[in-house]
Design a protein around this ligand. Structure first.
Ligand code: ADP
Ligand code: ADP
Length: 232
């Protein structure tokens, strides 16, 4: 089964002389529980693809299905609701709220959705991520790796079907990056989460089950099972 399915996506920015074909007829399926890395040179359309799949940006034509819902054509309100219910985001820049503690940051998406956190699940995630003694710290009191782990906990707490990770290790040293990537892989393997990650880093991509190559707005082939991993 596919968690996310995209058919014939076309996205063009600007008109006339400034026209940029960011996505040129892209079709791709992401299987439930698969960890996929999207790679490609700067300007190849990676961010555009990820943002349109996540319903943060619209396509000119084509169809995107997330779970059993066709999101192309949805209203902004419907998209916001879908993102809150089914999608988690992890950004290069962590995007934590500086005035809130780690715990408050982690539960923020649930609070915004008006739901109470599942305390047992929260405890489990915090344990897996080794954040137990950091929950009352504010972001500036945490290392980069700890901040990204808080962002991962926030993304996983709502049990989203799909997690989009945009250069999640871009701001981390390689050891901390490796930790975060192992966790993402575990959440795919053990929790059946579908993970779609954009990265420039071949080493980061080697943690994925599948690596998709974008070039100039089009898919340019893919690597299956990039490298057998010894970590984890
Ligand atoms: P990548 O993430 O691979 O660097 P992007 O998806 O950001 O690629 O960009 C794909 C192409 O679309 C690039 O040529 C970029 O300059 C262009 N582009 C992206 N966003 C915009 C925008 N908001 N307005 C105009 N052009 C854009
Ligand atoms: P960039 O690709 O320019 O570095 P980010 O990765 O920080 O930017 O954000 C990418 C996109 O995701 C932006 O369009 C932004 O509006 C959106 N975004 C940023 N933070 C969040 C968030 N916490 N929840 C939902 N969407 C977000």
């Amino acid at each position: 089964a596919s968690a996310v399915s995209a058919r014939n996506l076309i996205k063009t920015y600007g008109t006339g002389d400034t026209e940029v074909h960011a996505l040129k007829n892209v079709s791709i399926d992401f299987a439930v529980g698969a960890f996929t890395a999207i790679m490609g040179p700067s300007g190849s359309g990676k961010s555009t693809l990820m943002h349109t799949l996540a319903g943060l940006d619209t396509v000119d034509s084509g169809e995107i299905v997330v779970g059993n819902q066709t999101i192309t054509g949805m209203s902004d309100n419907q998209l916001t609701k879908l993102r809150r219910q089914r999608i988690g985001f992890i950004f290069q820049s962590f995007n934590l709220v500086p005035t809130l503690t780690a715990h408050q940051n982690i539960v923020l998406p649930l609070e915004l959705a008006g739901t109470r956190p599942d305390e047992a699940w929260l405890k489990e995630i915090v344990g897996i991520l080794g954040l137990g003694d950091r929950l009352s710290h504010k972001p500036h009191q945490l290392s980069g790796g700890q901040q990204q782990r808080v962002a991962v906990a926030r993304a996983l707490l709502t049990r989203p079907d799909v997690v989009f990770a945009d250069e999640p290790t871009g701001a981390l040293d390689s050891a901390t990056g490796a930790e975060v990537l192992s966790l993402l892989r575990r959440s795919a393997r053990e929790m059946g989460q579908t993970i779609i990650m954009v990265t420039h880093d071949p080493n980061a991509a080697s943690y994925a089950d599948r690596v998709v190559l974008l070039d100039d707005g089009a898919l340019h082939g893919e690597l299956l099972d990039p490298t057998p991993q010894t970590v984890l």
